[in-house]
Design a protein around this ligand. Structure first.
Ligand code: ADP
Ligand code: MG
Length: 593
C-alpha cells in the first residue's frame, strides 16, 4: 500500500493476479465449491459417468473425471481463461440459461488458488491435451493420448491464499460437504452414474438407471426409501410449472432442514422460502421443531427464473414466486392427505428411543465395499449430520410403526395430566390435553365439512368488547365464525353480542377463545388459511386441560376416541400425544436382558 504525504492513498489498477484472487474468493469458498463447479461442468458436457475423488477433505486433492464431450485442443487455454465460456454468447442468453455453468469463471478462479491439472480429449479428436497451471499461470502443456472426456485435478487448494486455508474445517467436515453435494446431484440426475471416493474409500455409487427411487435406496437404504412418497403436481394448464420428486412420510422427521433438497430446472438450489413452504405442508403431522425430508424437482420456463443472482449460482429468483411456492406446497400437502386416508401408513409412536436405522449401503456394492462403507461411517463422527454415508444413520429413530393406536387398557392418571395405559406393545403415556385436542380437531373438521357443527344458544347473550382492529377482523370473518356454530351480532362500536357458540365451548372461557381466534386471524398465517388456524384454536379451547382430574371412565372414553382418530400420534400443533415404552425397553431398563 502506498500512502502519500498528505495521508491519502494513490489509486492504482490492481494486478491481474490480485483481481483473479479476489474473484476466486467469490466462487471458491472451500473444497465443496470446487467439487460443485467441476461436477457441473461434467454434467454440462453431457457425461453420464462421473467420478469425484477427494483426499484429506479436498484440501490435498479434488479430482473430477467424466466421459463427456471433452475440450478441443485448440480451446484448452480458453477454458481456463476468465470469462470464457462455450455456454453463452449474448446478454439475452442469460435469460434462457439451460446449462449449469454460464459465467465462464469457475476454472479460472479455481486455477488462481490451486495447482490445477486439466486432461481432456474432445470427441472426434485423435489426441487430447494435458495442461498444468500453478496459481493461475500455465506451466506446462503437452499432447496426451486418452479417451474422450475430461479430468480436472485440483491440488493444494488455497496454497497461495493462507487466509482462506485457515478457514477450512476438519477434513471430515469438508468431506461431509462434498458428500452432501454428490448426494444431492445424484438425486437430481438419476440417469447418471455418480461415484464419490473419499481418501480412497468408496462413499457412494449410483446405478444410473434413471429411477429416482433407485437413488433413494442407494443413498438412504431400503428402509427409508420405503417411507418416501412420490409426489407429482397435476399438469397445470394455466402455469407451466411442474413439481415432482419424493417426500418423506411424517415418520421420517429430522432435527434440521438439511434433507429438504430442491432443484430448479435441475440446478441444486438453496431457498428458505421453499423449505418453509414444504415444512408448512406437514403442519400438525410432525412433532414440534422437527423437519420433514423431501427431494423435489421444480421445472419452469427458463425465462421465468433468474439464475444469475449469485456467483455460486446456489440462489435463484422466481418471476412468479408465490405461485411456485403454492404449487409446491399443494403437491406435498395433497400427497400427505391422500396418504393418511389409507390405513397402514407408518407413523412413529415415540419421538425418540427405539432402534437406530441400520446403515444401508449403495446398490451394486460388494460385501467388502459395504463393510468399508460401514467403517467409514463410524470413523467420520464429526461429519455434519446429513453428510454422505452418515446420512442413513442419522435418521430419526422409528419404532414399530402402526398407523392406529392399539387397544389400550387405562390404568390411571399421573399428575392430573397424563393417562397411563397398557397395550400389547408395552406401556403408553397419553398427554390428556394433546390427545383431546387431536380428537376435537378431527371431530370439528368432520362436522364442519358436513356443515353440522353442534352449537348451543347461550341463556344470556354474552357481550364482548374488542379493539377496533379485532372488531374489523370479526366483521370480515363473521361467515367463518358462523360456520363453526357461532352467532355473534354487532352491538354498536367495537362491542358485539355472542348469542350462540359451538356446544363444546359451553363451560369454557368463551371470550378468551374468541379473542384468540381473532388474534390468529390478525397475525395471518402466510400459507395456512385462517380457517385451519381457527380449527386448531377451537380444538385447543374445547379440550380437557392439563391439571384436570379425570375419572377412570373419562380416561377410557378419551383413549377410545384417540384410538379412532386418523392421526393419533400428534396434536394439531404437532406435539406428541402418546409416549410408548416398549416391553423390550422396560426389560432393558430393569436389566432383565
Ligand atoms: P462455464 O461452465 O461457466 O462455462 P467454466 O470456467 O466452468 O465456465 O468452464 C469454461 C469452459 O470450459 C466451459 O464453457 C466449457 O466449454 C469448458 N469445460 C469445462 N469443463 C469441461 C468438461 N468437464 N467437459 C467439457 N468442457 C468443459
Ligand atoms: Mg462451469
Amino acid at each position: 500500500m502506498q500512502v502519500q504525504k498528505d495521508g491519502t492513498m494513490s489509486i492504482r489498477v490492481l494486478s491481474p493476479e490480485v483481481v483473479a484472487k479476489i474473484a476466486a474468493g467469490e466462487v471458491v469458498e472451500r473444497p465443496v465449491s470446487v467439487a460443485k463447479e467441476l461436477l457441473e461442468n461434467a454434467l454440462d458436457a453431457g457425461a453420464d459417468d462421473i467420478r469425484i475423488e477427494i483426499v484429506e477433505g479436498g484440501r490435498r486433492l479434488i479430482r473430477v473425471s467424466d466421459n463427456g464431450c471433452g475440450i478441443p485442443a485448440a480451446e484448452v487455454e480458453l477454458a481456463v481463461a476468465r470469462h470464457a465460456t462455450s455456454k453463452l454468447s449474448s446478454a439475452e442468453d442469460l435469460y434462457r440459461v439451460r446449462t449449469l455453468g454460464f459465467r465462464g469463471e469457475a476454472l479460472a478462479s479455481i486455477a488462481a488458488v490451486s495447482r490445477l491439472t486439466l486432461s481432456t480429449c474432445a470427441v472426434g479428436e485423435e489426441v487430447g491435451t494435458l495442461l498444468r497451471l500453478e496459481g493461475g499461470a500455465i506451466v506446462a502443456r503437452e499432447p496426451q493420448a486418452r479417451a474422450p472426456g475430461t479430468m480436472v485435478q485440483v491440488e493444494n487448494l488455497f496454497y497461495n491464499t493462507p487466509a482462506r486455508l485457515k478457514f477450512l474445517r476438519a477434513d471430515s467436515t469438508e468431506a461431509g460437504h462434498v458428500a452432501r453435494l454428490a448426494m444431492s446431484y445424484a438425486l437430481a440426475y438419476p440417469e447418471k452414474r455418480l461415484t464419490l471416493q473419499n481418501d480412497g474409500r468408496l462413499v457412494m455409487r449410483t446405478p444410473g438407471t434413471n429411477k429416482l427411487y433407485d437413488v433413494l435406496i442407494t443413498l438412504y437404504g431400503l428402509d427409508v426409501a420405503e417411507q418416501m412418497l412420490e409426489v407429482a403436481s397435476p399438469d397445470a394448464d394455466e402455469l407451466p410449472i411442474r413439481v415432482w420428486g419424493y417426500i418423506g412420510a411424517p415418520s421420517l422427521h429430522r432435527s434440521n432442514r438439511h434433507d429438504l433438497i430442491f432443484f430448479v430446472n435441475r440446478r441444486w438450489i438453496q431457498d428458505n422460502s421453499l423449505a418453509y413452504a414444504v415444512t408448512e405442508a406437514y403442519r400438525t403431522l410432525l412433532p414440534m421443531g422437527r423437519h420433514p425430508m423431501a427431494v423435489l424437482n421444480i421445472a419452469l420456463p427458463t425465462e421465468d427464473v433468474d439464475v444469475n443472482i449469485h456467483p455460486t449460482k446456489r440462489e435463484v429468483r422466481f418471476r412468479q414466486e408465490r405461485e411456485v411456492f403454492a404449487i409446491v406446497q399443494r403437491a406435498v400437502r395433497a400427497k400427505l392427505m391422500a396418504q393418511h386416508a389409507v390405513p397402514g401408513m407408518t407413523i412413529p409412536i415415540t419421538p425418540s428411543g427405539g432402534q437406530r436405522q441400520p446403515y444401508s449401503a449403495g446398490v451394486g456394492l460388494s460385501a467388502a465395499e459395504q463393510a468399508r462403507l460401514a467403517l467409514d461411517v463410524q470413523r467420520t463422527a464429526d461429519v455434519p449430520p446429513l453428510a454422505g454415508a452418515n446420512l442413513a444413520r442419522s435418521l430419526v429413530t422409528r419404532p414399530q410403526a402402526t398407523e392406529r393406536l392399539p387397544m389400550l387398557r387405562v390404568l390411571g392418571q399421573i399428575g392430573q395430566t397424563y393417562i397411563i395405559a397398557e397395550g400389547p406393545g408395552g406401556m403408553y403415556l397419553i398427554d390428556q390435553h394433546a390427545a383431546h385436542e387431536r380428537i376435537r380437531y378431527e371431530e370439528l373438521k368432520t362436522q364442519k365439512a358436513h356443515q353440522e357443527v353442534a352449537a348451543q344458544e347461550l341463556l344470556d347473550a354474552l357481550p364482548i368488547e374488542l379493539t377496533p382492529e379485532q372488531a374489523g377482523m370479526l366483521e370480515a370473518h363473521l361467515d367463518v365464525f358462523t360456520s363453526y356454530g357461532f352467532e355473534i351480532i354487532p352491538f354498536g362500536g367495537s362491542t358485539f353480542l355472542v348469542k350462540r357458540v359451538p356446544v363444546n365451548l359451553i363451560g369454557q372461557d368463551i371470550l378468551a377463545a374468541i379473542a384468540e381466534l381473532l388474534d390468529a386471524a390478525l397475525q395471518g398465517g402466510a400459507t395456512f388459511s385462517w380457517e385451519e388456524q381457527a380449527l386448531i384454536t377451537l380444538s385447543c379451547h374445547t379440550a380437557v386441560r392439563a391439571g384436570q382430574t379425570l375419572s377412570l371412565e373419562e380416561m377410557r372414553d378419551l383413549t377410545r376416541q384417540l384410538e379412532r382418530t386418523l392421526l393419533p400420534h400428534t396434536c394439531p400443533h404437532g406435539r406428541p400425544t402418546v409416549i410408548h415404552l416398549s416391553q423390550a425397553q422396560l426389560e432393558k431398563e430393569f436389566g432383565r436382558r
